[in-house]
Ligand binder design. Structure first.
Ligand code: SF4
Ligand code: SF4
Length: 303
């Protein structure tokens, strides 16, 4: 059995990635489970989703505390001590990171003791879909790693996305992007012994307790919210240009996180330590004076 965990941020598509993978596995004739784990449901919040794939009926339930493969869809999560996307990864397992780094650079940067594969999935998403939604792309990468077929991946993307979107062109772009990622990643050889331990066990199904940081959102101390700087959630940030700003304050009112403040001259500005990059302010600005700038490694940029 393969046990995979996807880690991303709300809105990136970790849940759909796990579903695409599970569906592709099913279409290839395997048994499969896929399911998400949310904490607070808001854009940018850390999200995990899991997929189990097996030739035999899957008797396990619950979250996957010891995955064979981890897909990190947002590199900044590796800096987050409360998310810990690599927790429980089996020795000899595989980590796939969405990053501009090479595998050697990522291994050194994050001190990872596992096989590391890297792909700049965000860039592929922006180039091929025009947006940083990575669900089908991450599903394509994972499908290649576990040895599924292109045909099943294609069908799985169509099946899963047709439940969510009606835009045929966008669906076709997602199929193309998933296949591009499928072929862009070089599969690694898994060095762990998987499943047979499960098969040899009795029919009693064990539901182990997971540590809180895996099984639920964790509040580790009172008043720690100000310490969680959500500025490292951003892929894009709002960029200010006061030339045509009328100081209407619509952006201030619309920001869901209260991250737009007003300076002494009455102009709004962003608290970049906490702005999560949802870009609602950019959408709502009636004069289009607010723009956006990409920043994949937001954490480093906000220092
Ligand atoms: S992008 Fe704009 S609306 Fe969204 S959190 Fe940042 S300042 Fe607020
Ligand atoms: S919504 Fe646009 S015009 Fe209005 S205050 Fe904000 S930036 Fe200025």
């Amino acid at each position: 059995m393969y046990r995979l965990r996807f880690h991303g941020r709300g809105g990136q598509g970790a849940r759909v990635a796990s579903k695409v993978l599970g569906t592709a596995a099913f279409l290839d004739g395997y048994y499969a489970q896929d399911f998400p784990l949310y904490g607070a449901e808001r854009r940018g919040a850390p999200v995990a989703a899991s997929t189990r794939i097996s030739e035999d009926p899957i008797m396990e339930r619950g979250v996957i505390p010891e995955p064979d493969i981890v897909i990190v869809m947002d590199e900044t999560l590796l800096h987050d001590p409360l998310t810990m996307p690599l927790s429980g990864l089996k020795p000899g397992g595989i980590v796939i990171i969405n990053t501009t780094h090479s595998p050697a650079e990522a291994e050194a940067e994050y001190k990872i003791n596992a096989q590391v594969l890297t792909l700049d999935i965000t860039k592929i998403g922006l180039d091929m879909l025009g947006m940083p939604i990575l669900s089908t792309l991450a599903g394509g990468v994972a499908a290649r790693i576990v040895g599924l077929s292109e045909d099943s991946l294609t069908e799985a993307v169509k099946n899963v996305l047709s439940e969510i979107i009606t835009d045929r062109k966008l669906l076709d772009k997602n199929v193309a992007a998933a296949l591009y990622c499928f072929n862009a990643i070089t599969p690694a050889k898994m060095e762990i012994k998987t499943t047979e331990t499960v098969k040899k066990k009795s029919t009693v199904i064990s539901l182990p307790f997971e540590p809180a940081e895996v099984s639920s959102p964790a509040i580790n101390a009172t008043g720690n919210t100000p310490l969680r700087m959500t500025g490292n959630w951003r892929v894009f940030r709002p960029a200010w240009n006061y030339d045509s700003c009328t100081r209407c304050m619509i952006c201030v009112a619309r920001c869901p996180d209260g991250c737009i403040l007003v300076n002494e001259d009455g102009y709004p500005y962003t608290d970049y330590d906490n702005c999560k990059g949802c870009l609602i302010c950019v959408e709502e600005c009636p004069t289009n004076t607010l723009g956006k700038v990409m920043e994949v490694h937001a954490k480093k940029m906000i220092g």
